[in-house]
Design a binder for this molecule. Structure first.
Ligand code: GAP
Length: 490
């Protein structure tokens, strides 16, 4: 049997779900375009997050700018610290990410201990390790340069001939922090409250690779939960602490390489999950993965080591999913404390605290930051089914993620059947049931093409339809067909 990831990759490329951008010119790695099917899947992922995650949290969603002035990123710490270690080849001049180079070296050797130690290394240790292990340029085998810090942000100039530096945003979160004061006042908010944003972010990755896993332009779905650090969370929008404390998640501690089922309450008691607000986000993220169609054994939560933490974080519990490239971080869940608000307050000179019972406090923040494209890759890699029995493989996407609920086919190219099929197509679209119409190719071929991209059901219009208004509905997973009146489809 073929592996799910391999089948998925084949479907991704044959059906143009996504592909490298600028294809007719010289490709630049790290940039991908989505075709019509991929775009529908991607939008469905975003809408599933919106419905089930933001819905449960009663979150407010905003859309802030993609370009940020330098001062915002100075405050957020990105200007000074959003860097990766870069190393160049002294001969072919290719640039590489030093830590990834070393990780790949140890992975090839099968040295898992040395592999995980790389995450904790700073530039001087990386340099020592690269020189002592004899790692060379993977492109030409030559000697490597010294390691330097490389800032991942794309820089631009705001206005013609202007001295105002701007940057493409490296995370959607900063727009939320900058707008917090205004939103709090205008919307009469109370703590705790969630503000969310989905959109594109930009990182000038040193060595983009592995399809959608390390891109230079990608999507995030972020939620910032603002709370009073002095108030213990008992209930949030009808979700009780007792309920989520009892829930179990698949969890891997920082000092372990094995994941097992752990109660959220136990992880809180041990101080592994830093606070109840972050625990709530993790609880809902776990539920969200089921809505996305990921089964329990395909993802896990991982406690991030201290040395790996982003500059703003006091503790991270990341969500990782299985892909062709091993376990991959799909979401970063961070305890951001009051880091961002206090920094923005300092640099803007604005008061960003809120008054609670006559006292002014600076809210703390728990964040759930989900990467849309990595999640899409994980969903596709875990949903492909080997179709030796039916003759073709297919993506077993659930009803939230599938690009279309129905494919509508006239049995053959007969004007009467085609007219009726178009009528059914319009009826479904009017009722917001996503569908597409196709009349080309034999019916078996059309079933295969629909299954392949994960369409849930195919509706065929035949001569009996013209007599009694019934159609055949074929289920993707069982391939069973039933006959139904058109009015009973919806
Ligand atoms: N606001 C927090 C933040 O940005 P992050 O861990 O840097 O946290 C969140 O990013 C998520 O964005 C990651 O878990 C991952 O899914 C996605 N992501 C990060 N870098 C990426 C890249 N170069 N390509 C694709 N997705 C990426």
């Amino acid at each position: 049997m073929e592996k799910s990831e391999k089948i998925a990759n084949d479907i991704i490329s044959r059906r143009g779900i996504y592909y490298q951008a600028f294809g007719i010119y010289k490709e630049i790695s790290g940039f991908y375009d989505y075709g019509p099917i991929g775009l529908r899947i991607r939008r469905n992922i975003e809408n599933t997050w919106r419905r089930f995650f933001l819905g449960e949290l009663n979150a407010l969603e905003v859309e802030t700018t993609l370009i940020l002035p330098e001062i915002v990123l100075k405050a957020s710490g990105h200007l000074a610290t959003f860097t990766d270690p870069i190393i160049d080849c002294t001969v072919c001049k290719a640039s590489h990410r030093a830590d990834k180079l070393l990780e790949e070296f140890y992975e090839k050797k099968g040295d898992t201990k040395a592999f995980s130690a790389v995450k904790r290394m700073k530039i001087p240790e990386l340099e020592k390790e690269i020189s002592s292990s004899g790692v060379k340029c993977p492109k030409c085998g030559s000697k490597l340069s010294k390691i330097e810090s490389f800032n991942l942000m794309f820089k631009t100039q705001i206005g013609p001939g202007s001295s105002e530096n701007g940057y493409l945003r490296p995370e959607t979160a900063q727009g939320i922090f900058v707008d917090f004061k205004n939103l709090f006042r205008v919307y009469g908010l109370r703590l705790p409250v969630c503000i969310s944003q989905a959109g594109k972010v930009f990182r000038n990755e040193i060595s983009p690779r592995q399809q959608l896993s390390r891109m230079r332009e990608f999507g995030q779905m972020e939620t910032e939960l603002f709370f009073d650090p002095g108030a213990e969370l008992e209930e949030f929008n009808g979700i009780w602490f007792d309920t989520f404390a009892k829930a179990e998640i698949t969890f891997m501690e920082s000092n372990s390489d094995e994941a097992r089922e752990r109660r959220i309450g136990e992880l809180l008691d041990l101080g592994i999950i830093p606070n109840r607000h972050l625990a709530l986000l993790i609880y809902l993220e776990d539920k969200l993965m089921a809505k996305m169609g990921l089964s329990k054994e395909t993802y896990r939560f991982r406690q991030v080591e201290k040395e790996e933490l982003p500059h703003y974080s006091q503790g991270n519990i990341d969500l990782e999913a299985k892909t062709e490239y091993g376990w991959m971080e799909v979401a970063g869940n961070a305890s951001r404390s009051d880091f961002d608000l206090s920094q923005h307050a300092k640099l803007s000179g604005e008061e960003l605290g809120v008054v609670l019972d006559g006292k002014r406090i600076l809210p703390h923040v728990a964040e759930a930051s989900i990467g849309i494209d990595r999640l899409l890759l994980a969903i596709l890699h875990n949903s492909a089914v080997d179709g030796s029995e039916r003759g073709w493989s297919y993506l077993k996407l659930n009803e939230n993620i599938s690009p279309y609920h129905f494919a509508i086919f006239p049995l053959q190219k007969d004007e009467k059947l085609m007219d009726k099929a178009r009528e059914v197509y319009s009826l479904l679209n009017e009722r917001n049931l996503s569908s597409y119409y196709s009349e080309t190719g034999g019916i078996g071929k059309r079933y295969a093409r629909a299954d392949e991209i994960g369409v849930l059901s195919c509706i065929t219009i035949d001569y009996q339809t013209l007599e009694d208004d019934t159609v055949t509905i074929r289920d993707r997973d069982t391939t069973k067909q039933i006959r139904k009146k058109i009015g009973e489809i919806f």
